[in-house]
Design a protein around this ligand. Structure first.
Ligand code: SF4
Ligand code: F3S
Length: 346
């Protein structure tokens, strides 16, 4: 079977490109420099990782992000190197033949394959809102997860329920981990997540042979250990109290902090400010748009995306303001009544 280096060569890349990709990979995984030589050796010899990719309540945006990964492994090399045994959108067989291919892969690579799940799960009404080949999504997920080496929930829908889970959640959408209680699930949230992060985690599993270190929400610490705000290049403006107050004023042109335009960077854990998007080219804040916290649970229900965090989360909220207004009005009315009674001498 071809090694990763063989694939690079066949695709017209040289040894330098290969080493650069492996270096980027080990660095992005937070592995020590000593791991580089081992990674080169492993990726020269190890067989392709087998991946089964299931899509449930999703928009296929996570798949789009994955196949456009560029900085860690060029996308043409990636799809050649990973043995993607089942992916409804990318595979050429369909219907009966696609389902047979999945069944065969699950038997042949029992205990060895990586199961990637995109989209939320809908158990409501016996799962009728998402079925494939007559089986409910819950049934399909449990069946594929049983013999998987590792389960990865890719995207905010699979990790938290995502947009389908937003109020009023008509299909009863829930995350993958809620169906697979007791089985380790690696969450890679984001709407979508960064393609390079998905690739790095798959390749990391090939190199180290084990799941990455996770936080209490099941997210890999390497990529979700810090907030966007922790690593944002606009942070000096935030610290200096310099904020853009509209998208087209002088302060926006000067690149001031986007907090007042609704930036949720201070509460959002993701690698956008460091890994960035499109081969490290940019990320929302660098393009002038506030982060709206797409990798956090319930980001869609958290209020208007352009409302500042202070309005959405606490220092000021409409609920608090209305409650305050009601209490203030009641106190005002009561004191006016008392004053009138006092003036009337009662
Ligand atoms: Fe923080 Fe957002 Fe301002 Fe960046 S733009 S410093 S993430 S509030
Ligand atoms: Fe999402 Fe914020 Fe990154 S909106 S893409 S987590 S900058």
């Amino acid at each position: 079977m071809e090694s990763l280096y063989d694939v690079f060569r066949r695709r017209g890349y040289n040894r330098r490109d290969f080493l650069k990709s492996v270096l980027l990979l080990t660095a992005s995984l937070g592995l020590p420099p000593s791991a580089f030589a081992r990674a080169v050796k492993v990726l020269d010899l190890k067989p392709k990782p087998v991946v089964i990719w299931l899509e449930f309540q999703d928009c296929a945006g996570c798949s789009e992000s994955f196949i456009r990964s560029t900085s860690i492994l060029p996308s043409d090399v990636l799809l050649d190197y990973i043995s993607l045994e089942y992916h409804e959108t990318l595979m050429s067989p369909s219907g009966f033949y696609a389902e047979e291919a999945k069944k065969e892969a699950m038997e042949r690579y029992k205990g060895e394959y990586i199961l990637i799940v995109e989209g939320s799960i809908t158990p409501k009404d016996k799962g009728i809102y998402c079925t494939v080949s007559g089986k409910s999504n819950v049934e399909l997920l449990k069946e594929a997860a049983k013999d998987a080496k590792l389960v990865i929930a890719v995207g905010s829908c699979a990790s938290w329920g995502g947009i389908p889970h937003a109020e009023p959640n008509p299909t009863g959408a829930i995350p993958v981990s809620q169906v697979l209680e007791g089985k380790q699930v690696v969450n890679i949230p984001g709407c979508p997540p960064i393609g390079d992060v998905i690739v790095a985690l798959i390749m990391g599993l090939v190199i180290t042979g084990k799941a990455p270190e996770l936080d209490s929400f099941g997210r890999p610490k390497t990529f979700y250990g810090q907030t966007i705000h922790d690593r944002c290049y606009r942070r000096p403006f935030y610290n200096a109290g310099k904020f853009a107050s509209s998208f087209d004023d002088e302060s926006a042109k000067r690149g001031y902090c986007l907090y007042k335009l609704g930036c949720k960077g201070p509460i959002t854990r993701n690698a956008c400010a460091t890994v960035r998007w499109n081969g490290g080219l940019s990320f929302p804040i660098q393009s002038g748009h506030p982060c709206f916290g797409c990798s956090e649970p319930d980001f869609w229900d958290r209020g208007f995306i352009y409302s500042p965090l202070s309005v959405v989360e606490g220092e000021f909220s409409w609920k608090t303001a209305l409650a305050g207004l009601a209490v203030g009005t009641a106190i005002g009315t009561a004191s006016a009544l008392i004053n009138r009674k006092l003036q009337e001498g009662k």
